[in-house]
Design a protein around this ligand. Structure first.
Ligand code: GDD
Ligand code: MN
Length: 373
């Protein structure tokens, strides 16, 4: 019926696999109604040269090269956004996805005009599986799958699959609601659709990787939990704000501990104790927020010190307000711990609003721009 297909292949350090993917797809799909779009996040292994020479000699092959960015999901989304096809398929570059089921997956869209999603699944019960995965990786994958099923509308046996195809309309419908973070783009699509999608599953067996290595790590696991939390609570409060409040609470505990020890046990004056407690909480909040709350735009290396200085300056202003308010309350015979906590809270509101904008948004861009020749 004349559909056009785009096969989106996220690739990070996959030099040796790239030509193999093209070769295999060309054999399987002899018609000329498809293209292949590699999305390369500025790999350091010579992937770019491989892509360049393929794209020059083969009009089917396109690639996007993203500089200074990483992420499997966002890579796939940008590949789709760059394409004019009717149907987008997503497949890994490492040949772990069994490409021989791809023709049937694409064909299904021609046969069923109502089909919205085709998924390569390892768990349909009709064959397929996870190949040589270790017991613990199988366990984690199954657990993560079950966790996700709490909020899924579309029934899928393998929502963690990164091997699937969607109609363009579904992309248009969901892309603005998507988190675009982490590894699990299919889950992101299904969760963002807000309604059950019409789906067909295709069993396959997950293969062993031959070249290069897996990019799944603890950060990816964290991003998965973030994705779920965002989909569950994100409508009401941004997950980031919840994290900031939690980080703030840990800071508050530290604050009260320091205040209590100095004021109650070391007989330091209240104002001096409150000041020291505020400083300790500031440093700890900066570190916790930088590695958790603002993980995606985390300050590293040379940005860490200017970041801390800017954060301390902003919090310094917050702290003046904080100490003033606490001292005022303390002087009006309000209990020391309540005066301390109330002062810290007033400061925290200021800190969140201003540091989000300055420390984790404006500062990194400004300093990076300056250091460029
Ligand atoms: N552009 C880009 N940027 N590509 C990336 C990035 C990135 O930051 N990280 C990984 N990729 C590419 C890899 O080059 C590979 O082609 C594909 O994404 C999958 O990455 P792997 O590191 O090989 O992932 P895996 O084998 O652990 O996970 C696979 O299995 C999951 C099933 O649980 C992937 O297929 C997942 O999509 C799938 O969900
Ligand atoms: Mn892989």
């Amino acid at each position: 019926m004349g559909l056009n297909f785009s096969i989106i292949v996220p690739a990070y350090n996959e030099r040796d696999n790239i030509p193999l993917v093209v070769e295999r797809l060309e054999k399987l799909l002899p018609s000329d109604n498809w293209e292949i779009v590699f999305v390369d996040d500025d790999s350091k292994d010579g992937s770019r040269e491989a892509l360049m020479s393929l794209a020059r000699s083969n009009p089917r092959v396109r690639f996007i090269r993203r500089i200074g960015r990483r992420g499997l999901s966002s890579a796939c989304l940008e590949g789709m956004a760059s394409s004019s096809a009717d149907v987008f398929a997503v497949m890994d570059c490492d040949l772990q996805h069994d490409e021989t089921i791809l023709p049937a997956m694409l064909q299904a869209f021609e046969e069923d005009p109502k089909l919205e999603l085709a998924v390569g699944s390892r768990y349909t019960g009709q064959g397929g599986g996870t190949g040589d995965w270790s017991k613990s990786r199988v366990f984690v994958s199954r657990f993560a799958t079950r966790l996700g099923s709490v909020i899924r509308k579309t029934e899928l046996t393998d929502p963690m699959s990164g091997f699937f195809a969607i109609r363009r309309e579904i992309f248009e419908e969901t892309v603005r609601n998507m988190t675009g973070k982490g590894f699990k783009i299919l889950l992101d699509i299904v969760l963002s659709a807000g309604r059950p999608l019409r789906v067909r599953e295709f069993p396959y067996e997950f293969r062993t990787r031959q070249h290069g290595e897996s990019k799944l790590d603890i950060v990816v696991a964290f991003e998965y939990l973030y994705l779920l939390a965002d989909k569950i609570f994100g409508r009401f409060v941004p997950v980031r704000f919840v994290l900031y409040v939690l980080a703030g609470l840990s800071g508050l505990l530290l604050h009260l501990a320091v205040l209590g020890v100095l004021y109650k046990f070391a007989a330091v004056s209240f104002v001096a104790s409150q000041t020291a407690a505020t400083l300790a909480a500031m440093v700890s909040n900066f570190l916790v927020n930088n590695s958790v709350t603002f993980r995606q735009q985390r300050l590293k290396g040379g940005l860490l010190v200017p970041g801390l200085v800017a954060y301390m300056l902003i919090c310094g202003i917050g702290a003046i307000v904080n100490v003033q308010a606490a001292e005022y309350l303390y002087a009006s015979r309000i209990p020391w711990w309540f005066a301390g906590a109330a002062g810290a809270l007033v400061g925290a509101v200021w800190n969140y609003a201003v540091s989000t904008q300055i420390v984790w948004t404006w500062l990194p861009t400004a300093l990076r721009r300056k250091s460029r020749p």
